[in-house]
Design a protein around this ligand. Structure first.
Ligand SMILES: [Zn+2]
Length: 284
């Protein structure tokens, strides 16, 4: 699933090819991707607009339009945005094409058809519940600490909550918790100030490293030019096979379900402390 580093990479690699280009047409192969407004209005209001900028917020891409409106795209589980020559035949997983003047069109590829698009007057109506950006300087250990106070849910589940921190998903939550040596089932409010500081540092470190490696292609993620990212080659615990050993201590990595997501961790490097604080069956 594309998370912050993948969406950031897509933004960075699309920008030079689409900014200042005009939308000349929209082709939809899967109408249910358009969440707002109606499909007809979505297409007619986009045509003729110039793309003036593109920003990322959490896992959302926000395309600024010359009218002042915004086109917002969420790739969900399996979406990619690909730059394709206008003459290119779409493959069977292309759900939408945004045609541009010039050489390239944007193909929205999405095997599971879960991606979404909105056309809105501004981004606040769609993104109002998003928490802080973890790579902004305003996101400090104190910001994180305030958001964990009195929370009884497992820290792994809290990190996946986009209203707490924006952009972190299953892969980078596992990686950050491993780097911080914190068990995924620790209650959020039980973390010491020292642990919160370690987690804050680990979140920023794993996200920056993954952006440097152009995201992780563990599944269906491709960069706009069709290349894969290489961030998953640096993963310590995420997406490991059962029986894989911890790269630090050699203990077999464990996988447990938390809120229906597989969570990978090293039981030795990330001890449950105090022992038995949470029973894993509480969150199956
Ligand atoms: Zn270990």
């Amino acid at each position: 699933m594309p998370e912050l580093p993948e969406v950031e990479t897509i933004k960075n690699e699309l920008s030079p090819y689409i900014i200042n280009h005009h939308i000349t047409g929209v082709t939809l192969f899967w109408h249910r991707m358009v969440h707002q407004p109606s499909v007809e209005e979505f297409c007619s209001r986009l045509i003729g607009q110039k793309l003036t900028g593109i920003v990322r917020r959490g896992k959302y891409l926000i395309f600024n339009l010359s009218s002042g409106e915004v086109l917002i795209i969420h790739l969900r589980m399996t979406g990619s945005l690909l730059l394709k020559p206008a003459s290119d035949e779409p493959d069977k997983f292309i759900r939408a094409i945004i045609h541009l003047d010039g050489e390239n069109d944007i193909h929205f590829r999405d095997p599971r058809k879960l991606g979404r698009m909105w056309l809105a007057a501004n981004d606040s109506e769609v993104l109002k519940k998003l928490g802080p950006e973890p790579l902004e300087t305003s996101f400090t250990p104190q910001t994180l600490n305030r958001r964990l106070q009195n929370r009884t849910a497992p820290i792994k589940a809290i990190l996946l909550d986009q209203s707490v921190v924006a952009g972190i998903g299953n892969m980078y939550a596992d990686e950050a918790l491993f780097a911080a040596r914190i068990h995924p089932l620790r209650r959020g409010g039980s973390l010491s100030p020292d642990e919160v500081e370690r987690l804050h540092h680990a979140i920023q470190q794993v996200l920056w490293a993954a952006i440097g490696n152009k995201g992780a292609s563990t599944d269906t993620y491709f960069r706009p030019g069709g290349e894969t990212g290489t961030a998953h080659f640096q993963f310590q615990v995420a997406h490991r096979l059962s029986g894989d050993l911890c790269p630090v201590c050699g203990t077999p990595i464990e996988r447990i379900p938390i809120r229906n997501r597989g969570s990978y961790f090293c039981p030795r490097c990330q001890p449950l402390n105090p022992p038995g604080e949470i029973k894993s069956t509480d969150f199956l």
